[in-house]
Design a protein around this ligand. Structure first.
Ligand code: C5P
Ligand code: MG
Length: 162
């Protein structure tokens, strides 16, 4: 890789999906949402934070969270995904000096409706990323019935590197 890349901004993109199942918690961006079904997952199944962590890693071409937190490792059972994001932030800081500009996330879920929790979720993500809440955009979409048994997220991060 050349020592100096011309761009001083980077974009990262991540996405994630989990199956919805009864008896599990639904956690989105670190916020627990009352729901009949939650994410079937080894960790807490927070699709937004998993996509965010992958977005950060992708900005620096550092692979993905499966490399850092293998689902086969029992140590990560029920893991709070905020810890995944914290570990990824640390890894990214080792790779480069950067300042996060903004986070743009889309969460796709047919039910429950999440609109009333947009501010709480944006505030939780902003807190985690040390960003002002107005730099965390959260869009909610249904799948229009195409994926009623899944919760999905896609996240873009924009960074300034120095
Ligand atoms: O997917 P669709 O465009 O039909 O969603 C309509 C609106 O419903 C979205 O713009 C969003 O504000 C809201 N929504 C929500 N919670 C969801 C899915 C969608 O609040 N789980
Ligand atoms: Mg996941």
């Amino acid at each position: 890789m050349p020592a100096s890349l011309p761009a001083n901004h980077l974009v990262g993109h991540g996405q994630d999906a989990h199956r919805l199942t009864a008896g599990r918690r639904l956690v989105i961006g670190g916020v627990e949402v009352p729901s009949e079904r939650g994410a079937e997952a080894h960790s807490d199944g927070d699709v937004l934070l998993h996509a965010l962590a992958d977005a950060l890693l992708s900005a620096f071409a550092l692979g993905d969270i499966g490399k850092l937190f293998p689902p086969s490792d029992p140590a990560f059972e029920g893991l709070d995904s905020r810890r995944i994001v914290a570990a990824v932030l640390e890894k990214a800081r080792q790779a480069a000096d950067f300042e996060l500009v903004n986070v743009a996330a889309v969460v796709t879920l047919d039910a429950p409706k999440l609109g009333a929790r947009r501010e709480a979720i944006a505030a939780a993500v902003a807190d985690l990323m040390a960003l002002p809440p107005q730099r965390v955009g959260i869009t909610f979409k249904t799948s229009e019935g195409l994926a009623p048994d899944h919760v999905q997220a896609s996240v873009v991060v924009f960074l300034r590197v120095s």
